[in-house]
Write a protein that binds this ligand. Structure first.
Ligand SMILES: [Mg+2]
Ligand SMILES: [Zn+2]
Length: 196
């Protein structure tokens, strides 16, 4: 009985990379006007929401530490992304960013941190805060660091072929999807299968 009650209060999540996954890759994006959603993003996030996945964005933003982007510019871009999704009933439960870089960033951002992907720090923080079961959760991204962060957090990594995804080399992800919607459909199909 105790186990059942506990289960009821656990959640599943999809962790999402930002650049090349949710929005088009731009070198050190600082202008909210340049935020363009990748194709199928709205349909994909709506599908995951309907299946009660928590949505948590996790993004490396060493541009902040390097002095290429101001924190307020990063937040303005985030605001723009939220505003593009909100009319479609889609929202993130949370978002995490890593401003650090081990060698290229300025103080106090120059350090070996656990949050920079492929580190699992941002995912582990979300898992803890939102009581997420890694076993039923996913990390979707377009780079090796995303796939490795997924494995490091013990969630299933999915590679999308948007962004840098078509030039991927690294450990085999759990699944490769052409679009975010294809990734979401894979997740939902897998979940349905598990139930039987
Ligand atoms: Mg990316
Ligand atoms: Zn960091």
């Amino acid at each position: 009985m105790r186990i059942k009650i506990r289960k009821k209060h656990m959640f599943k999540a999809v962790f999402l990379d930002r650049d090349g996954t949710l929005i088009q890759e731009r070198h050190y994006l600082s202008d909210p006007e340049q935020v363009v959603l990748e194709p199928t993003v709205i349909d994909a996030l709506q599908l995951l929401r309907r299946h009660r996945f928590r949505l948590i964005m996790v993004t490396n933003q060493s541009g902040i530490g390097r002095g290429r982007i101001k924190l307020r510019q990063f937040l303005a871009v985030q605001r723009r992304l939220i505003d593009l999704l909100a009319p479609h009933g889609v929202f993130f439960d949370d978002f995490y960013y890593c401003p650090h870089h081990p060698t290229e960033a300025r103080d106090p951002y120059r350090k070996f941190c656990h949050c920079r992907k492929p580190g699992a720090g941002m995912l582990l923080e979300g898992i803890k805060k939102y009581r997420i079961e890694p076993q039923y959760s996913y990390m979707i991204g377009d780079k090796r660091a995303d796939v490795e962060a997924g494995y490091n957090a013990h969630v299933q990594p999915i590679l999308v072929k948007t962004g840098y995804g078509s030039n991927y080399s690294g450990p085999a992800p759990g699944y490769v999807a052409d679009t975010l919607l294809a990734a979401a459909e894979y997740i939902v199909a897998r979940e349905t299968k598990e139930r039987f």
